[in-house]
Design a protein around this ligand. Structure first.
Ligand SMILES: *Cc1c(COP(=O)(O)O)cnc(C)c1O
Length: 389
């Protein structure tokens, strides 16, 4: 990265900087308020009260009872708990379970399902259309007599496509099937009323919403049969043992309060996002926007740039002090093309020539203009190297 230059951060889908108000609320629990919430003396009880308050914040945000919230060590863990926890509970009754997910789920949903598949659990992977949307009638057609769980992400982390969660919730009400959604990318921008959405399980993460890393939560609707995946001292209603990450929990609660207060900013973000999309499509030939125009997160852009390798664009942008991504942060260390882009129908080559720029709370017009200024020549140079003009 260029020296002495402020970085232009355009990778908010990978993680977000911590909000200063959130940080201020967390700090006491990393310093003087170090009591164990399970201890009965006053010092421990102060930590317990802080957890109770945060649980209340999460309950308010999701429109559910605080007792329906299980704090976890990450959204990855919350997804694992939702999937293994419900499937294990069903298996206890001696039945062979069937799960339905989409082909474009995050690895934190895909991998638990693949692991269960190896154990003999049936998994159906729903295809998506060119925009990344599943079809609700496909979903209906995939339901079997032994379907336990449907897990469809609220919004995709690579292409920003928003799935019709409320519509799926309504369909599944007619069957006795549990409905989980990984809502990690949705929380900043979309309605998260779990009653309106008709979900039984709902995953959120701290570090995607200007809160700390290493904290997640799972909403588990009252009455849902679920077994723990971590056993120990019985914290979190026995569903998630381990001494609570008090600072993380406080941070997650505080971050959700901020999300609610900042809803008015979403329109401005969308405007900046559209400027970036229009600018790139206009100034660089042979570029395609991946995903949906209409059903898209207000902060997401994802392009296929013919003849320019994704990794090379990211490295060149880094040289200009711009933080970008080829797709999901988790898979960027592997050279496998994105499973999400392949599911849209892109070729391996197209998937390798993709660039994701995701905006956030601190993105400015100047930053967008800077990207529009440097990206065309970067692409030109890379195309010349690859022999495509
Ligand atoms: C980031 C992300 C996760 C993983 O969240 P962690 O808290 O980092 O484990 C899961 N699902 C989606 C859609 C994500 O974007």
């Amino acid at each position: 990265m260029a020296k002495n230059k402020k970085i232009i951060y355009l990778d908010y889908a990978a993680t977000t900087p911590i909000d200063s108000k959130v940080l201020k609320e967390i700090l006491p629990y990393l310093k003087q308020e170090y009591g164990n919430p399970s201890s009965i003396y006053n010092y421990g009880q102060k930590a317990q009260e802080a957890i109770d308050k945060a649980r209340g914040n999460v309950g308010d945000f999701l429109n559910c009872s605080p007792s329906e919230i299980i704090f976890t060590g990450s959204a990855t863990e919350a997804n694992n708990l939702a999937i293994f926890g419900t499937v294990r509970a069903w298996q206890k009754r001696g039945k062979k379970p069937h799960i339905i997910i989409s082909q474009i789920e995050h690895h934190a949903v895909l991998e638990p399902c693949k692991t269960l598949e190896k154990e003999g659990v049936e998994v159906s992977y729903l295809p998506v259309n060119k925009e990344g949307l599943i079809s609700v009638s496909d979903l209906k057609g995939a339901i079997k007599e032994n379907t336990v769980l449907v897990s469809i992400m609220y919004a995709n982390n690579e292409i920003g496509t928003i799935q019709p969660i409320a519509e799926i919730g309504k369909l599944l009400k007619k069957f006795k099937i549990l409905f989980h959604t990984d809502a990690v990318q949705a929380v900043n921008y979309l309605n998260c009323d779990v009653q309106k959405l008709g979900v039984d399980l709902f995953t959120i993460s701290g570090h995607k919403i200007y809160g700390p890393k290493g904290i997640g939560a799972l909403y588990v609707k009252k009455g849902t049969e679920i077994l723990p995946i971590i056993y120990g001292g019985g914290q979190e209603e026995g569903i998630r043992s381990g001494t609570e990450n008090v600072a993380g929990i406080v941070g997650l609660g505080a971050a959700l309060v901020e999300v609610k207060l900042r809803q008015a900013e979403v329109k401005d973000l969308e405007k900046l996002r559209n400027e970036l999309i229009d600018g790139i499509l206009k100034n660089i030939p042979d570029v395609k926007l991946n995903g949906s125009q209409e059903h898209r997160l207000p902060n997401n852009t994802n392009f296929t740039v013919r003849g320019a390798e994704g990794e090379s664009m990211v490295i060149a942008l880094d040289g200009e002090g711009i933080a970008a991504s080829t797709g999901s942060a988790c898979s960027s260390r592997s050279l496998e093309p994105s499973h999400v882009l392949l599911a849209l129908g892109l070729s391996k080559e197209e998937a390798h020539c993709s660039l994701r720029l995701t905006l956030g709370r601190y993105t400015t017009e100047d930053e967008i203009n800077q990207v529009l200024k440097v990206l065309p020549s970067i692409v030109n140079r890379l195309r010349q190297i690859s022999g495509i003009k």
